[in-house]
Design a protein around this ligand. Structure first.
Ligand code: PAF
Length: 281
């Protein structure tokens, strides 16, 4: 497995692979890999001849006062894990490589980015779509894999790929959870033991809501109110949003049907956690 820091070298390797008829599978990450990332890499291994992992904590998707400086990083461990799952190339550029002085171009997806995480993290998705666009240009993937835990991110990336006619097959992979239900996230490392226990309420809410929807509840507000009450019982929790949205438009639903996804963003202490689940599947 090779570790590449230079944009030019990565792009050259990708173009050569393409020239040789190799199919490139790509998993973009910000590192601090967990089982969720590894599931993407394993699927990528099945789908591509050349499997590329990028590790880049992208400054443009963090707002002021967010955790860019503190974001967990462990390149050595990430590379060891990557090698175990059969990654061929790790692309780990630094910020100067990706955003050299004079950098001035950004990609903005409208509408889908206005609600949910987009409303509470202004500029976040502009940073995500910009870096994913750049990474696609550098890595030249045929197929790229993303986790469904970032449900809105996946929808926004799909929209960008469609709108900009990018020849990349975007695959969304299921959320990977700890045995107790907590959705895997690099940010879980911030949680104290007591906070981690409280964090389990998020997946519990999704389970309970799906159960009630399956039993016939069709009013989103009933489930949202029940979820709000559950969170209010927690010592260290603060709700960012709890919404039930249409899977494609991400607009709030007035009646639950097969398209309904419940999306949660909740601070446990200073740690902002997100989770989601379909209500009728
Ligand atoms: O999901 C992430 O880890 C990041 O948002 C991504 C897609 C790697 C872009 O920096």
């Amino acid at each position: 497995m090779d570790i590449i820091n230079s944009v030019e070298e990565m792009q050259q390797r990708a173009l050569t692979a393409r020239g040789n008829g190799q199919k490139i599978a790509f998993v973009p990450t910000m590192g601090y890999l967990h089982q969720g990332h590894l599931s993407l890499l394993e699927e990528g291994r099945r789908r591509g001849v050349l499997l590329v992992l990028s590790i880049f904590v992208n400054p443009t998707q963090f707002g002021q006062g967010e955790d860019f400086d503190d974001y967990p990083r462990d390149l050595r461990k990430d590379c060891a894990l990557a090698e175990e799952v059969g990654v061929d190339l790790v692309f780990a550029p630094d910020a100067k490589q990706m955003y050299p002085s004079g950098y001035a171009t950004y990609v903005d997806v409208e509408r889908l980015t206005e609600s949910l995480c987009g409303a509470s993290r202004p500029g976040h998705f502009r940073g995500v779509t910009t870096v994913v666009n750049k990474l696609f240009n550098i890595v030249q993937p045929h197929v790229a894999l993303f986790g469904c835990k970032d449900f809105q991110q996946l929808a926004v990336i799909r929209q960008m790929v469609t709108d900009l006619n990018m020849p990349v097959d975007v695959i969304g992979m299921p959320i990977v959870r700890e045995e107790d239900g907590l959705a895997m996230s690099s940010r879980n490392v911030y949680l104290s033991a007591a906070q981690r226990l409280q964090a389990l309420t998020l997946s519990a809410i999704l389970g309970e809501s799906a159960h009630r929807a399956t039993a016939g509840e069709r009013d989103p507000q009933v489930l949202i109110e029940a979820a709000r009450q559950r969170i209010a019982e927690l010592a260290d929790a603060r709700i960012d949003y709890i919404q039930i949205c249409h899977q494609d438009s991400l607009e709030d639903m007035t009646q639950i049907d097969d398209n309904a996804v419940m999306l949660l963003a909740v601070y446990i202490g200073d740690t902002r956690l997100i989770d989601n689940g379909y209500l009728l599947r």
